[in-house]
Design a protein around this ligand. Structure first.
Ligand code: ADP
Ligand code: MG
Length: 252
């Protein structure tokens, strides 16, 4: 039996990562006098961890989550309004399992998107299906399917994913039709899946965002806030931190 034969069988069994490294692995086993069970275990573990890495990379890509915003790159010292222990708890993914929501409020630059995306990426690692949209992108998609009730759009990503990360509510004022579609979206996900939402406008201003429609706004708030984790980040803008420093120096 040649190395080539074994490699061909491994490829056939869909073990491409370890198949490509077979010679190297066998040499290592001989050198280290590795027992057969230990060798077999090593091959399987390597293939499994590679598969897992690939799954995460592909899912992250499909999710549309922006790159470079992980929880471990968030500076909690800079933003004391955000309690690390609360974020750590959410990072366990339990809120996705419980179909709860997470809402981030605060002015621009305080890290709302960073935290929302970081939690989304964490959920991907944990094996949940995740999709990221800005409110603008979501509305675009909802409008394309406006003929069918959102509840029966089961195959659409904004319905079927375990977690929807919805960024930037408040930058754009919705008209009545968009408000209605947004309400349908929130209803469709209510108790069926998790949503993370970021907003630069406080809840008091939401009625203005939602076409001045008080009834729709109340209905949306009702569903979103039921079983929700709230974060109000009233701190400094991270984007402007260098600018702040310059201003302070200039004042001296
Ligand atoms: P927001 O969504 O609240 O407007 P972002 O999350 O987009 O703000 O943050 C603006 C930029 O600053 C992003 O590049 C983000 O990664 C970074 N940032 C914000 N807060 C922090 C922080 N506490 N630690 C590290 N980077 C941060
Ligand atoms: Mg943002």
């Amino acid at each position: 039996m040649s190395l080539e034969d074994v490699r061909a069988k491994m490829t056939h069994l869909n073990l491409p990562y370890t198949a490509a490294r077979l010679a190297e692995l066998v040499d290592g086993a001989v050198r280290d006098q590795q027992g057969p069970l230990s060798f077999f275990e090593q091959v399987l573990s390597l293939e499994l961890s590679q598969r897992e890495e690939r799954r995460i990379a592909v899912s992250l890509k499909l999710s549309g989550l922006p790159k470079g915003m992980q929880l471990d790159t968030f500076d909690f010292m800079f933003q004391p309004a955000v309690e690390k222990t609360r974020v750590d708890f959410l990072a366990s993914g339990e809120f996705v399992r419980q179909k709860e929501n997470v809402l981030f409020f605060g002015p621009p630059g305080v890290g709302k998107t960073h935290l929302a995306v970081g939690l989304g990426a964490r959920a991907v690692e944990l094996g949940y299906s995740v999709i990221y949209y800005t409110v603008e992108e979501l509305l675009y998609r909802l409008k394309r399917h406006a003929g069918t009730p959102v509840g029966s759009q089961r195959r659409q990503a904004y319905v079927k994913n375990a977690l929807v990360v919805l960024d930037e509510l408040g930058y754009q004022v919705l008209d009545r039709h968009e408000t209605h579609l947004f309400f349908q979206f929130v209803s469709a996900r209510y108790l069926k899946g998790s949503t993370i939402l970021t907003s630069n406008r406080s809840v008091r201003d939401w009625v203005q965002v939602f076409a001045g429609d008080e009834m729709a706004t109340t209905a949306i708030l009702d569903r979103l806030f039921h079983r929700a984790h709230l974060f109000s980040i009233d701190g400094r803008s991270y984007r402007l931190r260098e600018f702040d420093k310059l201003m302070r120096e200039a004042e001296r």
